[in-house]
Design a binder for this molecule. Sequence first.
Ligand SMILES: O=C(O)[C@H]1O[C@H](OP(=O)(O)OP(=O)(O)OC[C@H]2O[C@@H](n3ccc(=O)[nH]c3=O)[C@H](O)[C@@H]2O)[C@H](O)[C@@H](O)[C@@H]1O
Length: 427
Amino acid sequence: MPSSAVKVLDKNGQEITSVGFDRFGFNSEVPIDDLRSLYLRSHYSSAKPNDELNPDDEGPHHAQFTKGLSPYQSKSIYYPEHNSISYTTLARFPPVKLLAPSQRKRVLVTGGAGFVGSHLVDRLMLLGHDVTVLDNFFTGSRTTVSHWVGHPNFELVRHDVVEPFMIECDQIYHLACPASPPHYQFNAVKTVKTSFMGTLNMLGLAKRTKARFLISSTSEVYGDPEVHPQPEDYWGHVNPIGDRACYDEGKRVAETLTYGYHRQDGVDVRVARIFNTYGPRMNPYDGRVVSNFIVQALKGEDLTVYGDGTQTRSFQYIHDLVDGLICLMNSDETRPVNIGNGDEFTIGDFAELVREIVEKVQAEDGDKPSRQVQVVYKALPNDDPQKRRPDTTRAKESLKWQPRWTVRMGLEEMVRYYKAKMAEGSL
Ligand SMILES: O=C(O)[C@H]1O[C@H](OP(=O)(O)OP(=O)(O)OC[C@H]2O[C@@H](n3ccc(=O)[nH]c3=O)[C@H](O)[C@@H]2O)[C@H](O)[C@@H](O)[C@@H]1O
């Protein structure tokens, strides 16, 4: 389905045609279809059977992504007979805003090839800023930002933030760190090192360049919370030696460092405590619940609920998070701010919702599911928080930010994204 045909209504029943807003002297508005054209699309066009493998032959295979969307083109061509792809950079990049030099920011995004980072990068690029992405590609992937490679406003650097990095910049979004429990527990020592050394290095850079520094912290700093919902002044309930401690304590010490540099050295800091977020470009195999459930349902596999499914989470769509991050960065708020959606579900109910939405999208597209998927129960991971919901009063008062996307709308779009990936053979 062309993405321009997808109509999305926000929590108040208003159609969402753009994301972002003009606030704190920074206009972050972008038409939603411009963003969609970057993720709800094929990465390549397919050569016709018997076509010669000739990457220089641009003409007939030139993929044009113009259906009601920003006009840009890809020359990457898939040759089914040889099972090979000829990659080139885009022949024409998506149009970006032309900003006066005084308005154009030099922005560093660590972890910019990850799920959250790549959406932030899309937004900053479309808005006309100069963006440098640092990523070690442990969980991030070049393909999430490949559509910008070669653009004069864009730079992609393979670098691990545990090593120092020097660059002149105005703003640093420090997102680098694996965020999914199986990934961050895969090498716990490295996760702690990334949180501590990575944040130390980036704060050092911010101090030297006088750049404003925003860190992506997490709801995990509250641990398995005894206060519900969680406001920012709750100190948390974290097991310091448990399986999740590498991430939870890593982010807690990263916050401590951030406020240390703020108090001692006057570094201009912003701290976003991000609650469960989902959306296109989430690694389908990263083990988090939203990607697991959708991919399982699309493949006709049973949905795996851990524990008895009574634990709760509150799910926010990626565009709301990016709005919140940009808003926080450009505001004067130096205290930690929860960025999340208050719509709370038990994981058991959430499995039912995902199943229903996948079936709805399949019915709309005329797909015949291979079988009716069931919900099955597996062991609950250690220290899995029982409840989680953000208190977003501070974000509302200080940033005038509130999530706009309903969970249902976000899930529908994500199902379409994974369906496109499956059709393309990359899932
Ligand atoms: O997605 C996120 O944004 C968050 O993901 C994780 O936190 P967690 O809440 O444990 O996220 P999931 O792994 O998606 O799990 C959510 C719940 O679903 C359950 N789950 C997960 C996967 C699955 O297949 N089935 C299932 O029931 C988990 O046990 C947990 O109770 C990270 O630790 C956070 O830093 C991150 O912000």
